[in-house]
Design a protein around this ligand. Sequence first.
Ligand code: NI
Length: 259
Amino acid sequence: MIFDTHAHYDDSAFDEDRDVLLTSLHEQGVGMLVNVGADMESSACSVELAEQYPFIYGAVGVHPDGVGELNEEKLCRLREYLALPKIVAVGEIGLDYYWDKEQHDLQKEWFVRQFRLAAETGMPVIIHSREAAADTLDIVKEELQPGMHVVMHCYSYSLEQAREYLKMGLYFGIGGVLTFKNARKLKEVVEELPMERILLETDCPYLAPVPFRGKRNDSGKLTYVVHEISALKGIPEEEVIRITEENARRFYRIGKERR
Ligand code: NI
């Protein structure tokens, strides 16, 4: 079944029908998802959602736009969350020079500190990186430890950068953007990526695939992304679903028995 490796169901866009939507996902072919934190509040929501729904796991971390709120005490709280059985990753963390809400030095400092928290606790890392290609690559090169699982969420950089990350063993989060008309560069990247390194992700409520572009996204709409990957790779859609589910379980270290 489809594994959505990156969703934000704590978002207020789901306030009116969250439970109805989540409980309908199974019928739509979605077997499991990871709710990803972007600040302290949404990280706490990831913990709650993971406690509430058997098929939801959680990631906790603070997005570069919000690192101004971080301090020692909050880093400790993230560490406590990471000890919970259904919290499976640190994220999303990284650098965002597009929105540029925090100073670059502060973004880098907390990216590194949260990356190290993942290394210490043996957790995978979900990286958000926008308009910060060079600095992100430098930090990943510096901080990556052997055996660590790291995904470039919503991959948006060049094929050359993708090759660098491939060499380092990273995974690539692929979502609705792949169906956009102007996604030529991303399609080239996906054509070259080994299937074993692709993770399906919505980033919902954002980045809905065509024909829902601009509307609210949800995990059920990943079928459109599956269709696109299947066409690009020349393999059946069921194979895309099977392989990406295996990848996601390997990445987050979620065994079949935990389902
Ligand atoms: Ni996200």
